[in-house]
Design a protein around this ligand. Structure first.
Ligand code: SF4
Ligand code: SF4
Ligand code: SF4
Length: 205
C-alpha cells in the first residue's frame, strides 16, 4: 500500500495514530499520551439519538452487539436536568403493552431491566398518574441497545437519554468493531493526533 493510500485508509476507517513515536515504549505510555484520543457517538447521526427517526422497528442495536467487550463499552445515560420525570415514561414503560388497573402500562421497555425509577416527593395514592419519578440507568446492566434512547425523544420524550461511549471501559481499539458496523458513520474517533497500532490494539481490531 502506498503512503498516500495508507493515509487515506487511516482517515476513512477511523484508525488513528499518535504523533509521538511510541516505538518500543509500552502501551500505557502511548495510552496516556493519547489521553484525549477516544471514540464518540455523533448524536445528530446516530439513528437512535437523532430526531426524525422513531419507532422500535428502527432501533439500531449495533452498539450493543458489535463491541469486542462482553458487555459493550456503550451505555445509555439519562441527563436528569433535562428529564421530564414523567409518570408514564416511554423509555421506562412499553407504552404499547396493556394498561393495568392503575392506569399504567404493564410491561417495561428495557430488555435488561436496567432502568429503575424512584418517586420524587410524596406519592399520591389516589391518582397514580399524578406522580413524578427520577429514572436511573444501571450501568452494570445496560448494554447500550438504544431502545430507551429511541423512545425518549420527540414526540414522546424530551431527549434526556442518550448513548455514550464510556471511555473508562473502552479499549480504544484502532479498528473499532462498532464503528465498522455502524450504518450511519456515527461512531467517530476524536483526539489531538492519530496514533499507530500497538500490540494490544492488534488483539482487538
Ligand atoms: S440502552 Fe437498552 S439496555 Fe440500556 S437502559 Fe436503554 S433499553 Fe435498557
Ligand atoms: S473501540 Fe473497542 S472496546 Fe471501544 S467501543 Fe469500539 S469495539 Fe468496543
Ligand atoms: S451503531 Fe451507530 S447508529 Fe447504531 S446505535 Fe451505535 S452509533 Fe447509533
Amino acid at each position: 500500500m502506498s503512503e498516500q493510500n495508507r493515509r487515506d485508509f487511516l482517515r476513512h476507517s477511523g484508525q488513528a495514530a499518535c504523533a509521538i513515536a511510541i516505538g518500543g515504549v509500552g502501551f500505557e505510555l502511548g495510552r496516556r499520551a493519547c489521553a484525549q484520543d477516544a471514540w464518540v457517538i455523533a448524536p445528530n447521526q446516530c439513528i437512535n439519538i437523532r430526531l426524525g427517526v422513531t419507532g422500535a422497528v428502527n432501533v439500531c442495536d449495533a452498539c450493543a452487539t458489535s463491541c469486542v467487550l462482553p458487555l459493550s463499552a456503550v451505555r445509555a445515560v439519562n441527563d436528569h436536568s433535562a428529564c421530564g420525570r414523567c409518570c408514564i415514561c416511554p423509555a421506562y414503560y412499553d407504552v404499547l403493552s396493556p394498561t393495568g388497573s392503575d392506569g399504567l402500562p404493564t410491561k417495561k421497555l428495557c430488555p435488561r431491566d436496567a432502568i429503575t425509577r424512584t418517586p420524587i416527593g410524596e406519592i399520591d395514592p389516589y391518582d397514580p398518574l399524578n406522580n413524578f419519578y427520577e429514572y436511573t440507568i444501571d450501568e452494570e446492566k445496560c448494554n447500550g441497545c438504544g431502545r430507551c434512547v429511541m423512545e425518549c425523544k420527540d414526540p414522546a420524550g424530551l431527549g434526556s437519554i442518550r448513548l455514550e461511549v464510556r471511555n473508562d471501559l473502552c479499549l480504544r481499539c484502532n479498528r473499532c468493531s462498532i464503528a465498522e458496523a455502524c450504518p450511519e458513520d456515527a461512531y467517530c474517533r476524536v483526539g489531538p493526533e492519530p496514533r499507530p497500532t500497538t500490540q494490544l490494539d492488534g488483539g482487538h481490531g
